[in-house]
Write a protein that binds this ligand. Structure first.
Ligand code: ZN
Length: 342
């Protein structure tokens, strides 16, 4: 049963926190990138997380532009595909801003509720609410409400405090001190969310990270921010209060900085930009190499085997899967699947 359950997902995150590694959380936009992500985990013998954004859901539903429909479609495919691979896969939804909670997050939680009522396993194992565009008090008020519903359905909630720079789904982060979450912010997050008894949550704290790709030197990463926050929370509330931290906007980060962040409790690292590039790089390579086959030039008819969409999408998939397997190596989740221990 290689789709994660709530229980095995919690074990995955706890073991990663204890043993000092992290899971790649790969953004998937359609079935091909979803296949690539799970193949990459499987090749690395790593458990992993696939995540679906509002935009990915919209894309998958085509002209209907229905993010909920598309997200459910991808999640159902992930369930079926993961069954056939020997690693645990958790299914997550990515950044959902406050304005989209009612139209995206809540309908997806309802979908899980319906499945649970019918005796079926959860469709999603975790959701992310991104209230980082709101003052922390407002952000946490929405998060607490969502966490209660998630708790009732064995779903983990990811929240974000502070602003990640760069652009994610049209939200432009502001370059300011808010790029760095303070220990006081982390205490407030812990206090608000731990008040929901039985609720399980992850925190994306910001430490200078930027969404999308950036050239070295553009921002100053300070992973030590995470340590200061964890230390403050653990000093006041004990070891069990240590956060499962999430690293957003890590493209272009050095391996040393990633390992430092993992040492401070990062157990999930979002990976989007680099895997998208690798997918497209594989497709572009195909197009350039088979230029005369994919196009009908000078009265010729092209080569169907070259322009079949499955032929060039496969090139992207294979290249992206290799990158995902490499990411498992960097995050040191390779060879550590819990699937065999079940
Ligand atoms: Zn973020």
């Amino acid at each position: 049963m290689p789709v994660a359950t709530h229980k095995t997902y919690v074990s995955m995150l706890n073991q990663a926190l204890r043993d000092g590694y992290a899971f790649p959380a790969i953004n998937v936009l359609q079935i091909d990138t979803l296949n690539a992500a799970i193949e990459g985990f499987s090749d690395a013998r790593s458990d992993g997380i696939v995540q679906i954004s509002v935009a990915a859901g919209a894309h998958t539903s085509g002209a209907l532009n229905q993010p909920v429909l598309g997200a459910i479609t991808l999640a159902e495919h992930a369930h079926r595909l993961a069954e056939a691979h020997g690693v645990l896969v958790a299914i997550h939804t990515d950044h959902c801003s406050t304005g989209k909670v009612d139209s995206f997050l809540k309908p997806l939680i309802r979908e899980t509720e319906k499945r649970r009522a019918a005796g079926l396993p959860n469709l999603f194992h975790s959701h992310m609410y991104d209230g980082s565009d709101r003052p922390l008090r407002e952000n946490l008020a929405v998060a607490v409400d969502l966490l209660k519903r998630c708790r009732d359905n064995e779903i983990i909630l990811e929240v974000e405090a502070g602003v990640v720079g760069g652009e994610e789904d049209g939200i432009q982060g502001a370059p300011s001190a808010k790029l760095y979450t303070t220990p006081d912010d982390m205490l407030r997050v812990y206090e608000s969310l731990s008040a929901v008894e039985g609720g399980r949550f992850m925190l994306a704290a910001t430490f200078g990270n930027v969404h999308g790709v950036y050239k070295p030197g553009h921002v100053l990463l300070k992973p030590g921010i995470l340590k200061e926050g964890q230390d403050a929370v653990v000093a006041r509330y004990g070891e069990s209060a240590r956060f499962w931290l999430v690293f957003h906007g890590g493209s272009g980060t050095s391996v040393e900085e990633i390992h430092e962040a993992i040492g401070y409790g990062v157990v999930k690292m979002n990976i989007h930009t680099d895997t998208q590039y690798e997918f497209t790089r594989g497709v572009a390579d195909h197009m350039f190499r088979h230029y005369d086959g994919v196009l009908r030039i000078d009265g010729e008819v092209g080569v169907k085997a070259d322009y079949l969409s499955s032929a060039w999408l496969e090139k992207g998939r294979v290249r992206m899967a290799a990158h995902v397997a490499g990411a498992c190596g960097v995050l040191q989740s390779s060879g550590r699947t819990l699937a065999e221990k079940l």
